[in-house]
Ligand binder design. Structure first.
Ligand code: ADP
Ligand code: GLC
Length: 487
């Protein structure tokens, strides 16, 4: 049994802004089910303290650079037996708003201090200096918020092996040199082969340089980030790590208990491959919910997303707008929140086509399940997508994903065309260039295929047969952990 400390700044269902939270719950649960002694470490945000009922203080530590002692609180991840440690510094984490800021005011001004404190606490637990009397064999960090932890323990003897997973290279935690100096971090970290990045401090680089192994969440994204287009200036470093055999892409899995059309309690009617006909009841329920007419033969397109440029929201707006203007028999239901201009553009699209567009600006767990179950296709025209989870949920719900051929989307969807369609391998629709024209053409292909119910149903069944549970991917992490421990 390996001891694994899994560090993340979001964990579903306690705190979530995106897929990182889903993975930070479902991967540890999968590892625990395979008899690993895995513990999660997370900041004690107000939402977490409110959501958990059994919390006890198990340690108190003093961290360099911070005056007040920090408590480590212990609880259990809901719906599991995985222990969770919360780093409690009320001054930094007990506040109203999201984990990184508020929609109105943007990022918290003290994020560098907040996640330095978090990383220092992770390092203290990893080195068994916190009084918990438990030292991991593996420290597995995720995204920039935890990036300093591998750097802080890199030179310690008796340290655990360290893994750093990139969930999204677009968010790097960049701050000025003044901020770095105010954080009281070891000055030795400040150089170009350390956390310094063109005169800025990069939290992300802490993980990329100092972790024993770097992973990202799909094989294609692992290749993409070694290129100029996707690397944000880090492509040289990442290529170097890849050449050393120290960069691997492991496709995310999904929580198949939570995302299961056969048992999903949020949806109108449960269904499986055998009872696939019942999916249509969910379409009707969804149309009713958004006051859209239940028109014969209408292709219902769903989308659930952070409304940011990454997700190609503008492509959706343009392409769907054109198809609606052309009178195509389609409907769009969109759930999301993010940049104000996209929210506004979506409101305008709905106002122009009130009987064809449904919109919910905001966050809703329940609605996200209902859209997955009720839509015919799921739109995900991302400019880049490290892995993407919604296309995986969509496959499982027989809701054919329409995706750009990038990152984890490339690795998980088989286009419904040519030999793949003929041979029964297709699971969705794919296009290459990030243009509204290509998306529109692809949607026209989907509209065309939808007129052939038998073929459509075959693609749905193939999609639902795919296995994107954690079974395979969590084993890949274990092989990686073993290799690190054996070397
Ligand atoms: P990312 O992490 O880049 O946002 P992913 O596809 O990996 O993309 O994961 C997004 C997760 O967040 C999914 O679980 C998705 O259902 C969820 N999600 C995104 N926006 C919303 C929303 N407005 N309401 C409910 N769930 C949402
Ligand atoms: C990031 C990526 C997304 C990925 C998720 C979980 O938020 O944008 O593609 O699925 O992390 O790894």
């Amino acid at each position: 049994m390996r001891k694994i400390l899994f560090a993340s700044s979001e964990v579903h269902p306690l705190i979530k802004t995106g897929g990182l939270a889903d993975v930070s719950a479902s991967l540890p649960i999968a590892l625990a089910q395979q008899d690993q002694d895995v513990r999660i470490i997370l900041p004690a945000y107000r939402q977490c303290l409110e959501a958990l009922d059994k919390i006890e203080t198990v340690a108190t530590i003093k961290l360099d650079g911070f005056h007040a002692p920090i408590e480590i609180l212990q609880s259990t991840l809901p719906n599991s037996e995985v222990p969770i440690w919360l780093v409690n510094s009320p001054e930094h984490f007990d506040r109203e708003g999201g984990p990184y800021g508020t929609t109105e005011a943007g990022d918290w001004e003290d994020n560098a201090a907040r996640f330095t404190l978090f990383s220092r606490a992770i390092a203290a637990v990893a080195m068994d200096q916190s009084g918990l009397d438990w030292q991991p064999d593996i420290l597995h960090c995720n995204d920039w918020q935890t990036g300093l932890a591998p750097a802080l323990i890199a030179n310690e003897s008796d340290r655990p092996a360290t893994v750093f997973t990139i969930h999204n290279l677009a968010y790097q935690g960049l701050y000025s040199q003044d901020v770095f100096e105010a954080l009281d971090l070891p000055p030795s970290l400040w150089h170009s082969e350390g956390v310094e990045f063109y005169d800025l401090m990069s939290f992300m680089k802490g993980g990329l340089i100092y972790a024993d192994h770097v992973t990202t969440v799909s094989p294609t994204y692992a290749d993409e980030i070694c290129t100029y287009e996707f690397g944000y200036g880090l492509e040289g470093l990442l290529s170097h790590r890849a050449d050393q055999g120290r960069l691997t892409g492991i496709l995310n899995g999904i929580d198949t208990d939570e995302w299961d059309p056969e048992r999903d309690s949020y949806i109108d009617k449960n269904y499986s491959i055998k009872t696939i006909r019942h999916k249509s009841a969910n379409k009707e329920a969804l149309q009713k919910l958004f006051s859209l007419p239940e028109k014969e033969g209408v292709l219902l397109m769903g989308t659930i997303s952070r409304l940011v440029s990454q997700k190609g929201v503008d492509l959706t707006l343009d392409a769907v707008g054109k198809l609606l203007d052309a009178g195509e028999n389609i409907q769009l239901i969109c759930l999301g929140s993010g940049e104000a201009s996209y929210e506004q553009d979506l409101r305008v699209l709905r106002a122009q086509h009130p009987d064809k567009v449904g919109l919910h600006i905001g966050y809703s767990e329940e609605l996200s399940h209902q859209i997955e179950a009720g839509s015919d296709v799921f739109l995900m025209p991302s400019r880049f997508e490290p892995c993407g989870l919604n296309q995986l949920y969509s496959l499982r719900y027989g809701t054919l994903p329409v995706v750009r051929n990038t990152g984890g989307l490339a690795d998980s969807v088989v286009d419904a065309a040519g030999a793949n369609l003929k041979n029964g391998f297709s699971t969705g629709f794919k296009f290459e260039a990030a243009t509204a024209e290509e998306l529109e053409e692809t949607l026209l292909r989907a509209i065309g295929l939808f007129k052939h119910p038998r073929i459509w149903r075959k693609v749905m069944v193939t999609a639902m047969e795919q296995d994107y549970s954690w079974e395979k991917s969590s084993k890949a992490y274990q092989v990686l952990y073993d290799n690190l421990l054996n070397n």
